[in-house]
Design a protein around this ligand. Structure first.
Ligand SMILES: Cc1ncc(COP(=O)(O)O)c(C=O)c1O
Length: 368
């Protein structure tokens, strides 16, 4: 059994995918191109955002989003604070830290694993310039509350939707919930490509124009470099691949939700299964469960050739490179508890029921 069978996603649309790839190669449209433009328009429409801009990865999109919000590369930002959750992929904290901003870490909610909104407000002060909420494992945080706080204290919001493209929040879609929203097309993501890729979304024309320059070395045209940017475009070949996958995306997410809900139905009495808020529809980027004898359970599953993974083995505040921030073990008890007791089960859109039954049965044998 594979943790995630990415080949199956390709196999079912192989002919269209191969044709698209070969067409791009024969057109030799590798950097920028009509596929990228089409993808940007389609994904922006889907999310409900005015603008979508293909970026080379989710991380680069986060990095450029911060710069587009006004925190230019090469300037001193040491007095500016950016709040991030204690449980996320390191990138969320790395992007502001890379610009020399002060990273402030917020513990998470014990049920949704997203940032704890009761703690968040207490962390906002006169130095806070931005919040980067993460829609962990494919479920949105409560943006009505986040955006209300952001407005009250005049801070900006970057929606880290790297795990949540396609998720629903109330009557809106993920990627349209912050001042700038970013997603990732890393192969394992709900909408993954065949390498690295990402996209930034916004409704703000000024941010959009800046992002457009930033992904191309701050070039405003004619090699007139007005900002410090990077080589940050999404390749046209990856854009073409995503366009083909996007054709069946909603159906894929239905399949994925069915897989997740089947797990929940059959495991909820023995492990803590994901809690999805009533106003949310998750895309289950990961299916994470909790068990206090986690290591024993994982070893048993391994013996049965069932792969599992940790999201994440360590919380952000204990990252060695952030030691200077002065956080210690015990500072974020919920995130620390989740890191020690949670693990992710195999999940992919095409996962068969008998494979799931095998996982469920093995878990029922080992969980006390
Ligand atoms: C929450 C979060 N933020 C940022 C990223 C970075 O995205 P990428 O891997 O495309 O750079 C990821 C990817 O794993 C992520 O899960």
């Amino acid at each position: 059994m594979k943790f995630m069978d990415l080949y199956k996603g390709y196999e079912k649309r192989k002919i269209a995918m191969d044709e698209r790839i070969s067409s791009i190669i024969s057109r030799s449209q590798f950097i920028f191109g009509s596929d990228l433009e089409e993808l940007e328009e389609k994904l922006a429409n889907y999310s409900g955002s005015k603008y979508g801009l293909g970026i080379s990865s989710g991380h680069e999109a986060l990095q450029l989003a911060l710069i587009a919000l006004g925190f230019n590369a090469g300037e001193d930002h040491s007095d500016k604070e950016v709040i991030v959750p204690a449980l996320t992929f390191f990138s969320t904290a790395e992007a502001p830290a890379f610009l020399g901003m002060k990273v402030v870490i917020c513990d998470i909610d014990k049920d949704t694993y997203n940032m704890d909104l009761n703690l968040l407000e207490k962390l906002i002060n006169k130095n806070t310039v931005a919040i980067i909420p993460v829609n962990l494992f494919g479920q949105c945080i409560d943006y009505d509350k986040i955006n209300e706080m952001a407005k009250k204290y005049n801070v900006l919001v970057i929606e880290d939707a790297c795990q949540s493209f396609g998720a629903d929040y109330k009557n809106k879609k993920s990627c349209n919930l912050g001042d700038i929203s970013v997603t990732s097309f890393f192969p394992a993501k709900p909408l993954g490509c065949f390498g690295d890729g990402g996209m930034a979304f916004t409704n703000n024309e000024e941010f959009y124009q800046k992002l457009k320059k930033l992904r191309h070395h701050g070039d405003e045209g004619g090699m007139s470099h007005v900002m410090l940017g990077t080589t940050g475009r999404l390749d046209n070949l990856q854009a073409g691949i995503i366009l083909e996958k996007f054709k069946g995306f909603d159906e894929d997410m239905c399949l994925r939700r069915n897989v997740a809900e089947y797990y929940t139905e059959n495991l909820k009495d023995i492990v803590k299964t994901p809690k999805i808020e009533s106003f949310n529809k998750s895309v289950y980027a990961q299916y994470v469960v909790m068990s206090e004898n986690r290591d024993e359970v994982r070893n048993y599953l391994k013996e049965k050739e069932i792969p599992t993974a940790l999201y994440y083995p360590n919380p952000i505040h204990l990252a060695p490179v952030l030691k200077h921030l002065g956080y210690r073990e015990g500072d974020m008890p919920v995130a620390e508890y989740v890191c020690k007791n949670s693990f992710a089960l195999p999940i992919y859109n095409e996962m068969a029921r008998d494979e799931q039954d095998y996982v469920i049965e093995a878990l029922r044998q080992v969980v006390k």
